[in-house]
Write a protein that binds this ligand. Sequence first.
Ligand SMILES: [Mn+2]
Length: 315
Amino acid sequence: MKELTRIACADWLLARDHFAILTHRKPDGDTIGSAAALCLGLRQKGKTAHVLCNDEVTPLYAPLLEGLTKPQPEEGDVLIAVDVAADSMLPKAYGDLKNCIDLRIDHHGSGREYTPNEHVDPESAACAEIIWELLLDMGVEPDKKMAEAVYVGVSTDTGCFRFANTNAHTFDVSADCAAAGADIFEWNRKLFDTNSLAKLRLQAWVVDHFELMADGKIAICALPKSVEEALGVDEDDMNNISGFLRSIEGVCIAALLRDVDENNTKVSIRSVPGYNAAYICETFGGGGHPGAAGASLHMPLNEAVEAVIKAMPEI
Ligand SMILES: [Mn+2]
């Protein structure tokens, strides 16, 4: 595996053509924003570039990909994964493609090598920050669409600049996005100031059903699929519901578990600085960032709750 500096990565991209960009499963604003901005930048440089269709893209982020997607890569395409920490994070529909990815651009320090080339910068709060700098290195003239795609990535991965990963560079890139014409107010309203009724009902359910442990420092909530279905929540509604749990006063670590089926459970963990959510999730083969991480457990929901409690640090 060859680790490319940012400049080397920009040169690597400029020296090639015919790109297909891959996003991660349960795509968030960062993977979609990064893919869209990179695709637009490559096209501006005269390249042929597409984002591979991802069935799980939600209505909130779908507009960023308008006119950019294609269903399958073509023979000879250069495959790039953005914001994809491990090949296990790729959509199942990509199948064998995971063995053919040429480059990974990412900010997950706990990620796993799966490509012959990578540019990974764990200092970046969002992968979209790296993409922005890469575009500038490539001599791309940023426009409104690119700026909005990057802003969506940066703002969502920082919880609208509230998470511990937010730093001066995050604001620098966001200021650049505003200067390039991104409609910051409109995206903030859509992303952070709009709740579906289903999401508010989900929050009410979580308030009624979570448990506090360790003198109120750990909060855990098991959310059965049947409840999700009854409330009618979608993936956008589920976004950062573990962060909602973490927002309860005094809580340092919050874990939200969801059953995928009777033998598989997903856990999402949020923590305040000083507690590492990624360490806890790595116990189960998952990963992420110190403040926000996830994992899949091959066990039923009730067993998974016990396992996650066991994996919690002494507080
Ligand atoms: Mn990200």
